[in-house]
Ligand binder design. Structure first.
Ligand code: NAD
Length: 492
């Protein structure tokens, strides 16, 4: 991750103007902007020489201040009724909609995803996340029943301050998805965004103050994971840890959770299969395979292992290549660009190193396999592995690098789909609804799509099997996680 630059003294500038948008470079703690003596750089993948801001790099002291603030915030916020909390969440959702353009542009500049997709999909979804949890918490009914000459009441108590740690890809959508249930359940929150894409969270912080959360209810702390992130997750006053990121970081956070006996959810990486049966709508399946390149493959849910019935492999590959060649790599602010750049120079190195190792190991590069000169793009790449054990099949690249394998039977397709240690998501293409159900239910993944992708009712559970995660988010599942259940038994 980024190096921290020690500034000689004092704080980083409070606000910078980026393309006419005013962005604070500080934390939000207790509804106040707070600085740090150290900063880290935020650069744009549109042009890696373009420094957007020096952002406050929190430390152990910042973490301590934020947790103290969240303890105070919790006392105020947990006393709000569900309807009162829902009203504030809805105000925040409306403010996100009002500021959609600015948030979308800042996030595009900061991490490179296409502006159109940010505006129409990811930032809009941020508002939907808060509305969804406002509705859910208002509809949350207390369970009560009589049994054994007693009256039972199950109360859902807010758990306490929650720390939410998020990754750099689509950070606005992902953070709001995790923060909304914590706040709806009555917990105060400290959000620590990733240091590769910190800026949209800073715009969110402005809206938090405007929406009217009591001070300390929703705090945002910027900085390096191993420093301020580690300090936040280790504080025993924190009562919930909600993490999205890599399995390697989850192991560190899991150790802190174990030390303080704090419930912990982890949404981690994936290595999804995209399985195409001979009876599939071949054009639709080929278009979906090519779509996996759009955000330069920086999507945890991506179907990055393409698996095709050997009977249609040649025909499928031709259609897949045609759709891939129709892609346009360019500036993500331009609506004609269909492939976003890679978010960070270090990540571009990681992707190139993965492909170089595959080449050396004897895997066949079917297309792509090179950086694009003078840009932060890596060519959309397809690799036919020498074996299913190849690193390129077994490990998450998180880049525009897909693998291509064939199968001879339905059983073999399921076996291949289930042959990695991940289990986040998979995609199946078949026109046989019974097969979609049969195969879908045999794949060990938290979500399987048949003949579609990324569509999901937000009340459904979301999470991973294997090393793709612990616990489930979504709907009631996230509200339950953020609550302590109490059974009160009163004698008749
Ligand atoms: P990462 O694990 O490197 O970082 C994630 C966050 O953890 C960052 O905010 C970072 O600062 C913080 N962090 C790092 N070390 C820490 C520590 N010791 N203590 C506390 N916090 C720490 O992951 P990344 O590179 O930002 O994200 C990419 C990964 O996230 C990929 O594996 C991707 O698949 C996964 N991801 C999963 C989902 C999902 O929903 N399952 C969604 C998006 C991304």
């Amino acid at each position: 991750m980024n190096d921290v630059n020690q500034t000689p003294a004092g704080f980083a500038d409070e606000r910078v103007e980026i393309e006419g948008i005013s962005v604070s470079t500080r934390h939000l703690i207790g509804n106040e902007r707070v600085g740090s003596s150290a900063t880290f750089e935020s650069r744009s993948p549109i042009d890696w020489n373009w420094k957007l801001a020096d952002v406050a790099a929190g430390d152990a002291e910042t973490a301590d201040l934020a947790v103290s603030s969240a303890v105070e915030g919790f006392a105020a916020w947990s006393a709000f009724s569900p309807a009162e909390r829902a009203a504030v969440l809805r105000r925040l959702a409306d403010l996100i909609d009002e500021h959609n353009d600015d948030i979308a542009l800042i996030e595009t500049l900061d991490m490179g995803f296409r502006h159109q997709s940010m505006r129409e999909r990811l930032v809009a979804r941020g508002a939907v996340n808060f509305r969804t949890y406002a509705d859910l918490v208002e509809g949350w009914e207390q369970e009560e029943w009589d049994a054994k000459n007693t009256h039972h009441i199950v109360q859902r108590m807010p758990a306490g301050p929650a720390v939410v740690i998020t990754p750099w890809n689509a950070p606005f959508m992902l953070s709001t998805w995790k923060v909304a249930p914590a706040l709806a359940a009555g917990n105060s929150v400290i959000l620590k965004p990733a240091e590769w894409s910190p800026l949209s969270a800073s715009l969110l912080a402005d809206l938090v103050v405007e929406a009217g959360f009591p001070p300390g209810t929703f705090n945002i702390v910027q900085g390096i994971g191993e420093e301020v992130g580690a300090a936040l997750v280790s504080d025993p006053r924190v009562r919930r840890l909600s993490f999205t990121g890599s399995p390697a970081t989850a192991r560190h956070i899991g150790r802190a959770a174990a030390e303080n006996i704090v419930p912990f959810t982890a949404e981690l990486g994936g290595k999804g299969a995209l399985v195409v049966f001979a009876d599939a709508d071949l054009e639709a399946a080929a278009a979906k395979a090519a779509e996996q390149y759009e955000d330069s493959g920086q999507v945890c849910l991506a179907g990055s292992r393409i698996m095709v019935d050997q009977a249609i492999a040649e025909e499928f590959l031709a259609a897949f290549q045609r759709h891939t060649e129709a892609h346009v790599m360019g500036d993500p602010r331009d609506d004609t660009t269909s492939i976003a750049p890679v978010a960070h120079a270090d990540h571009l190195e990681n992707i190139a190193a993965f492909v170089d190792r595959a080449r050396t190991a004897g895997d066949r590069i079917v297309w792509g396999g090179q950086r694009v000169d003078g840009s932060m793009h890596y060519e959309p790449t397809l690799i036919e592995p020498a074996s299913n054990d190849s690193e390129i099949v077994q490990n998450e690249v998180f880049g525009p690098v897909l693998t291509f394998q064939t199968f001879a039977s339905e059983d073999e397709a399921v076996e291949l789909a289930n042959s990695t240690k991940y289990g986040l998501s998979s995609i199946v293409y078949t026109t046989d609804r019974e097969r979609a159900k049969r195969v879908g239910q045999q794949i060990r993944a938290g979500i399987v799509w048949a003949n579609t992708f990324l569509v999901r009712d937000l009340t459904a559970p979301f999470g991973g099997c294997g090393i793709s995660g612990i616990g489930r988010e979504g709907g009631q599942y996230a509200l339950e996680f953020h609550s302590d259940l109490q059974t009160l038994v009163i004698a008749d």
